[in-house]
Design a binder for this molecule. Structure first.
Ligand code: GLP
Length: 270
């Protein structure tokens, strides 16, 4: 696991966009896994800017959403599908057919989860998976207790997650859907590269546990310690409780390994 620490959320977003652009230059047909959440918003803004400036061409890429709520319509502005389209895909000119979303209907949750896994496999797997971190240590909607070999499935959301996400639902956690569909921890671990992006002081404690504590299913993000090519990109506030901050800051300034070269080398161990 590589950890790099930048000064603030804007610098972190810029570095993420740079890494993604580098990957797409090396592999124009790359498949990208997309997360949602406030952390991702400046990253999508930075990517859209690069597309608009003409430096980044996403026309050959495919996209898979990491997770979504169940129980609200696809076109509800709070669904992750709507959010990804609004903040990123539509603004970056990605044609509808290049982006896949879990498409569950009541009664076919298991079939849809299997179909999503199949679509991922048919696309050749994910080259780079963007991930945010829940305050309870979740990645996607893999809540504490999720097995490290779990696959795409319907899950019940923890009360902490519903509180964390309540702002999109008028601040009322009881209005946040109770269920979600998420790629599993095992699915995520199969991505060729993972970028875990963490900003803000509210995540400092959970980030330190996920990165420097023992891997445990009570903290699903800690599974990423087992990933051969995972980069954690944090800002100063989120990194406040990490022991090796100086080293991580220095790594942020360096050019960093090219994603494709890192992949060819089999990734970097922790
Ligand atoms: C939601 C999503 C996660 C995301 C997390 C972090 O719960 N399911 O995929 O990582 O929020 O959100 P934020 O960036 O808003 O803190």
């Amino acid at each position: 696991m590589e950890v790099i620490v930048g000064p603030d959320a804007a610098a972190v977003a810029c570095r993420c966009a740079e890494l993604i652009e580098q990957l797409v230059r090396e592999k124009p047909g790359a498949t990208l896994g997309l997360a949602t959440g406030r952390t991702m918003e400046p990253i999508y803004g930075a990517l859209v800017e690069r597309v608009t400036d003409g430096g980044l061409d996403l026309s050959g890429c495919r996209f898979f959403a990491l997770d979504d709520y169940l129980g609200i319509p696809h076109d509800d502005p709070r669904s992750f599908r709507s959010v990804l389209k609004r903040l990123f895909l539509d603004r970056a000119g990605v044609p509808a057919g290049r982006a896949c979303f879990p498409d569950p209907l009541p009664g076919n949750l298991e079939e849809e989860a299997e179909a999503y896994e199949k679509a991922l496999a048919q696309a050749g797997g994910i080259d780079l998976q963007l991930l945010g971190l829940g305050e309870n240590g979740h990645v996607g909607f893999n809540e504490p207790g999720s097995p490290f070999d779990s696959r795409t499935r319907a899950v019940e959301l923890c009360s902490r997650t519903r509180e964390q996400n309540a702002c999109a639902f008028g601040g009322d956690p009881s209005r946040v859907p109770r269920l979600g569909m998420t790629m599993g921890v095992g699915t995520i671990l199969e991505a060729r590269r993972c970028l875990l992006v963490v900003t803000g002081s509210a995540k400092a404690k959970v980030l330190a546990a996920a990165v420097e504590g023992p891997p445990t299913r009570t903290l699903p993000a800690s599974a990423l310690q087992h990933h051969p090519c995972c980069t954690v990109i944090a800002d100063e506030e989120a990194a406040a409780l990490l022991n090796d901050r100086d080293q991580y800051r220095a790594a942020f300034g360096s050019a960093g390994a090219s994603p494709a070269a890192t992949l060819a080398a089999g990734g970097r161990g922790r």
